[in-house]
Each structure stands twice: as C-alpha cells, then as structure tokens.
Design a protein around this ligand. Structure first.
Ligand code: ADP
Ligand code: MG
Length: 262
C-alpha cells in the first residue's frame, strides 16, 4: 500500500524542503520505494537534490499536469529523475506558477495532481510532495491527493495563527475533496536547545496541539550542516551521517514507520 504525504505549511523557511529530502531518502534507506514531487514553483526540492537550474528543465511536474489537463497519454516514468540516493524525483520549476493561474478555469481544478498521483501509487511505498509556501491551488491539489499532511514547524516563535489557518484549510479539503485526509503530525524543526526560548516554544506547541494533533517526539535541531545540505544535492545521511540533524531525522523516520505498524 502506498502512502502519500504532503509536506505543508504556508509559512516559508520552516524546513519543509529539507524535511522532504531527508524523509524521502531516509525511507528509501529503509528499503521503501519513494517518489518525491516538487510542487513549489521555486524548485527548492529539485535544487536541494542537486539539479541547480530547475527553470531550464523541460520535463517537470508542470509538463505532467498539462498532460493530465489535456487528457494526453504519458509513460509511467515520464519526467522522472532517479537520484543517486535511491529516490525518484518529479522536479518542479517556475512553470508551475503560470500553470496555477491557468488551471483556474479547468474542470476539477483541485484534483489534477490527484489524477497523476493515484496512477503512480502502485509503483511506490511513499509519495512525498513538497508544497509551496501558500495555500493556493497547487497546495490544495497536494492536499486533495494526500493521505496525510506533515506540518514542519520552526521552533522560533509560537506559530499559532498561521497553523490555525493551515488546519482550517486541511479541514475544508477533508470535507469537500478528500474525506480520508489526516494530519500526519507536527515536526518541530530548527530547534535551538541552547535557548530557553526554543524550549518554551516546543513546550507550548505540545500544550496547544498535542491533544488534537500528533507532535513527533523527534525534534530536528538547528544545524549548520542541515542548512548546507541544500547546496550539496544530497541528504544529511550522506553529507553528515553522524551529525545531530541526521540522527534526528532517522528518529523521525522510525516514528513515521512505527505509525504504519512496521
Ligand atoms: P521551506 O521549504 O519551509 O521554505 P527549507 O527546508 O527550505 O524551508 O529551510 C529554510 C532554510 O533553513 C534553508 O536555507 C535551509 O537550508 C535551512 N534549514 C532547514 N532545516 C534546518 C535546520 N535543521 N537547521 C538549520 N537550518 C536549516
Ligand atoms: Mg521549500
């Protein structure tokens, strides 16, 4: 059975992309077949995996979505890139931005990505979608096709307001488009345990949310190494395997797998 996880938070810079990379590659290292989809016009996931100029790529998620809209046929492996750490990537680039506007008038505009993702389910154990920092139509598409949403939260200030808006949107998508949608959980990122302030935020997130939403025990520490991987085109397991961020992501993956009863 394939599980589709959308990694979402309309706030930028909270660790969505880095979490996608290290969740996806971590699962692949545990023997899972993983497809990563870059649904951000900035192409950060694509860049983080080592493809420096996504805007020059011809075969991307935008290509696939256009084919779905136009009812054109395409091969199962169309537009996919095999990354050397064992995951497949469907890259994304600036073309998604124009596409998001142009699909406004398309029939079933919220479920275009779902048509693709549902077709790919039989080939993968996990499909992980890196969302852009907004709650626009592309993100709605990512939520409409997901089994669950992972919410990275930067432990830098109490993110109550933004999170409420995100949770409300998830609820709306669940009611209107995707009744099975669940919240995978909140992943605390960039936790600076040297400061009491960060500890306070972590404590408050647990207090405010843990009754209704799973807050993962694993916390991703603030780590220069984690920031550097975005430019290395590799995961933390390859770049800094013994580092605290790699260890934290490994612990996080154990929790994700445990949730599936493995
Ligand atoms: P988002 O996708 O939510 O915009 P990113 O994953 O791109 O967030 O992370 C935002 C920035 O913070 C990037 O420059 C990234 O390299 C850096 N970063 C991500 N995780 C960490 C971490 N654990 N410690 C330090 N820097 C991080
Ligand atoms: Mg990102």
């Amino acid at each position: 059975m394939c599980k589709v996880i959308s990694v979402s938070n309309q706030k930028g810079g909270v660790g969505k992309t880095v979490s996608c990379v290290n969740l996806g590659i971590g699962l692949a290292r545990s023997g899972k077949k993983v497809l990563l989809i870059d649904a951000d016009p900035q192409g950060s996931l694509t860049i983080s995996l080592g493809y420096d100029e996504p805007d020059k790529m011809e075969n991307t998620l935008a290509t696939i979505l256009m084919k779905v809209i136009n009812d054109e046929e395409f091969a199962q492996n169309a537009c996919l890139i095999r990354h050397n750490e064992g995951v497949d990537l469907l890259p994304g680039n600036i073309e998604l931005s124009g596409l998001e506007i142009s699909i406004n008038g398309v029939i079933s505009r919220e479920t275009i990505l779902k048509q693709y993702v549902d077709r790919m389910r039989e080939f993968y154990d996990y499909i992980i979608i890196d969302c852009m920092p907004s709650l626009g139509l592309l993100t709605i598409n990512a939520l409409a096709c997901a089994d669950s949403v992972l919410i990275p939260v930067q432990a830098a200030y109490l993110p109550v307001k933004g999170l409420q808006q995100l949770i409300k949107t998830i609820g709306r998508v669940k009611r209107q488009l995707n009744p099975e949608l669940e919240i995978e959980g909140i992943l605390l990122t960039m936790v600076d345990n040297r400061t009491n302030y960060a500890k306070d935020i972590v404590k408050q997130v647990h207090e405010v949310y843990s009754e209704s939403i799973k807050v993962f025990d694993a916390e991703i520490p603030l780590s220069v190494r984690a920031a550097e991987t975005s430019e290395e085109g590799s995961s933390l397991y390859q770049y800094d395997p013994k580092g605290k961020a790699a260890v934290a992501y490994s612990d996080f993956i154990k929790e994700v797998l445990m949730k599936e009863g493995e």
